[in-house]
Design a protein around this ligand. Structure first.
Ligand code: FAD
Length: 287
């Protein structure tokens, strides 16, 4: 959607893409998934397509449902694995707040599948051949009339990198005890150029905005390093950060469930450990 940028266009061949079609943004800019369905259906009917893959984002999930209903296809979102067998497409995804993984067969000849962002490795680049990717616009004004986007409000985020993209996340929980003392988490995050996250205990208490919440009813993050401070490790929190590459837990209770998923654990008082860690990281980084 939108107009392809030059760097994207040059990498298509290398990424294994044979053909790219795009749809210019609707007049006024607001994208509503349902309004895209008629032009997508026209595109699909010109080709013998069996599978449509979308990112399982808010927009992608809305589009998956709207498209599958009109295209008479099976649909699944939040998918972390997909294969094709004798019975058609088979998808895997996590259910019951991450406590189980289900494998589901999608009946019928067509399927719309929403892939969970970052659940799949980046494919190996292939030998790019000049002109190997053909391009074509679907046509301006193809967004059907229908529901319109009336307005958006910016999400309040912490200082530093955005939670969803951060390489390092430092998250604080109820153990931090107050809105004021939560600044210890922010200081450690700033020293590491990390994003700030929080457990639901923190956002429910109003210490920090819900946009920082990690977990089942918050954000899913997959940083290289996740530092959980004063967080017990409830399953609803774990499902939002279990994909992190390295997990460090700081908690005064050696039996806290967070230590079961942590690669490194520090048992002790966060009010002693976190300031010492922040000071040492600042010293090492020359700040
Ligand atoms: C439907 C549903 C959805 C939910 N969604 C989410 C979600 O998206 N995200 C989420 O986080 N939760 C979610 N929850 C809530 C979840 O079940 C937990 O209640 C919550 O995660 C607990 O937050 P916490 O770990 O900060 O607090 P607590 O469980 O109270 O843990 C605080 C921890 O701090 C430690 N501590 C205390 N003092 C210190 C100290 N001085 N030094 C070091 N450690 C200390 C304690 O040992 C304890 O382990 C959800 C619950 C439900 C029912």
């Amino acid at each position: 959607f939108g107009t392809p940028s030059e760097p994207a266009a040059t990498s298509w061949g290398r990424d294994g893409i044979d053909e790219v079609c795009w749809l210019a943004d609707p007049p006024g800019g607001g994208r509503v998934a349902g309004a895209l369905v008629p032009s997508l259906l026209a595109l699909l009917s010109e080709r013998s397509i069996e599978l449509v893959l979308l990112p399982s984002t808010t927009f992608g999930r809305e589009l998956a449902g709207a498209l599958a209903a009109r295209w008479d296809a099976a649909a699944a979102t939040g998918v972390t694995g997909i294969s094709h067998g004798a019975g058609g497409w088979e998808v895997r995804r996590s259910v019951f707040g991450g406590r189980a993984t289900e494998t589901r067969n999608l009946p019928g000849p067509r399927a719309v599948v929403g892939l969970r962002p970052r659940a799949f490795p980046t494919p190996e680049p292939r030998e790019a051949q000049a002109g190997s990717t053909s391009q074509g616009a679907v046509g301006a004004g193809s967004w059907a009339d229908g529901p319109a986007l009336v307005g958006t409000e910016p999400v309040v985020t912490g200082e530093g990198p955005a939670l969803g993209d951060a390489t390092i996340v430092v998250a604080g929980g109820r153990g931090v005890r107050s809105a004021d003392q939560f600044r210890l988490i922010e200081e450690l995050a700033a020293a590491l150029d990390a994003a700030v996250g929080a457990s639901r205990a923190v956002t429910d208490a109003g210490w920090r905005p819900t946009s920082l919440q990690v977990g089942q009813t918050g954000r899913t993050v997959t940083p290289q390093l996740y530092i959980a401070v004063g967080i017990s490790g409830a399953i609803q929190h774990i499902v939002g950060m279990i994909g992190s590459r390295v997990i460090v837990a700081i908690n005064s209770d050696a039996t806290a469930p967070i230590f079961k998923v942590a690669d490194y654990g520090i048992v002790g008082d966060l009010f002693q450990i976190v300031p010492a860690l922040t000071a040492e990281i600042r010293r090492v980084r020359g700040r």
